[in-house]
Design a binder for this molecule. Structure first.
Ligand SMILES: *Cc1c(COP(=O)(O)O)cnc(C)c1O
Length: 387
């Protein structure tokens, strides 16, 4: 029995320190971290630039309030906009909060256009968070069950099917926005066709809708560019991110461009902690390190190395139906449910995750050496082959 609410099925291991791609448990055993705290610690554990930024900032000033100017927050917004082509940023503390800001922008944008029930198109298989707004947007009944009544103002389309969204446009005059992950994360690392975002952009332009991308998981360099859309030639109106932005410091961001950047006015939205000095110091260090160390290019190299290695090491295994990914967002799909592989991985000294029942998900740090990437391949392959 624990005094913690029973919200997580936890593995029976606790980590006490980390360094780079390795974590050490209470018994001194070391594990190769192929999950990075679910795409959070992209620079690995105890990264010196992040540690230094946090130490210096915490000894200077942790928090003031958004009642005052926060120069470190403004400079972080400037850095994010310069690197993304977006215009303005709202900071929260998590992915769900970043998406709440996006959902609120879409609703206010709709009301400003005289639409009474502004509606956002969301996708089957998507994951957007656990608040009432974001769980309603999420395309997974398990996340919603028991929390009805859900919110109004959402309509669902199959992921990857721009034609279905065009169909909705014909039938539903209340739609004002599309919210979509460029690659489904929790939904099983599903990569849509190359022209999917461009098609969605075309539909949004035709109907004056906002194209809103949830890059909470795909963002912050993981797929080989700061944001996934930067490889698509498409500019969104709204982008949300969180996970990797603070390398473990909680921070979320909702970036907006053009007309979408003008929607929220004083009094419409806020957060006590959002964009506080400590979180912003961490995010500055993350963005600076991603660029200075060439980690986004490196994510592409490492991703190819790991996929090639896995294809070779798993070649004779008939349980494998697909190995895919972009950058360091990788998946090994099996023919049947494989949740037990997570515990088997622990025994092999590697931290992995299984999502959508039969997809082994790998989200390792972008700072891996080639030798660590090869070790990851060896340990993951023996976890699956020995199962
Ligand atoms: C993790 C995730 C979220 C939710 O982020 P939290 O920080 O847990 O609220 C939202 N969208 C996507 C795509 C995610 O992967």
């Amino acid at each position: 029995m624990s005094n913690l609410m029973d919200t997580y099925k936890r593995l029976p291991v606790a980590f006490v320190r980390g360094e780079g791609a390795y974590l050490e448990d209470t018994t001194g055993r070391r594990y190769l971290d192929a999950l990075s705290g679910i795409a959070v610690c992209g620079l690995g554990h105890a990264h010196p630039a992040v540690a230094r930024a946090l130490a210096e900032q915490s000894a200077t000033l942790l928090h003031t309030s958004n009642l005052y100017e926060v120069p470190l927050q403004a400079s972080l917004a400037e850095k994010l906009c310069a690197r993304s082509g977006m215009d303005r940023v709202f900071f929260g503390n998590s992915g769900a909060e970043a998406n709440e800001a996006a959902i609120k922008i879409a609703r206010l944008y709709g009301h400003n256009r005289g639409i009474d029930v502004p509606t956002t198109v969301v996708m089957e298989g998507s994951f957007h968070g656990r608040t009432m707004g974001t769980l309603t947007a999420t395309g997974n009944r398990k996340v919603q069950a028991g929390f009805e009544p859900l919110l109004k103002g959402f309509v669902r389309a199959p992921f990857g099917d721009a034609g279905a969204v065009a169909q909705i446009a014909q039938n539903n005059p209340d739609v004002t926005a599309v919210l979509v992950e460029p690659i489904l994360g929790e939904g099983g690392i599903i990569i849509p066709k190359d022209d999917y975002l461009a098609e969605l952009r075309r539909i949004c332009d035709e109907h004056d809708w906002l194209l809103m991308l949830d890059e909470v998981q795909t963002g912050n360099g993981r797929v080989g560019s700061l944001f996934a859309y930067q490889q698509s030639g498409v500019m969104p109106d709204v982008v949300t991110t969180a996970k990797g932005l603070g390398n473990g410091m909680p921070i979320g961001a909702c970036l907006a461009r053009g007309k979408a950047a003008q929607v929220l006015k004083p009094g419409n939205h806020g957060s006590t902690f959002g964009g506080n000095l400590l979180a912003c110091a961490a995010a500055h260090a993350v963005l600076d390190t991603l660029e200075a160390d060439g980690l986004m290019e490196r994510a592409i190299e490492l991703g190819e190395r790991i996929r090639t290695g896995l294809a070779k090491a798993l070649a004779g295994n008939n349980a494998i139906t697909d190995i895919r990914g972009r950058g360091l967002m990788l998946a090994i799909e099996l023919a049947s449910p494989c949740g037990e592989l997570v515990q088997k991985g622990l025994e092999q000294g590697v931290l992995i995750n299984v999502t959508r029942d039969n997809v082994v998900r790998l989200l390792p740090p972008l700072t891996l050496t080639n030798a660590e990437a090869d070790e990851l391949v060896t340990r993951v392959a023996s976890t699956i082959n020995d199962a």
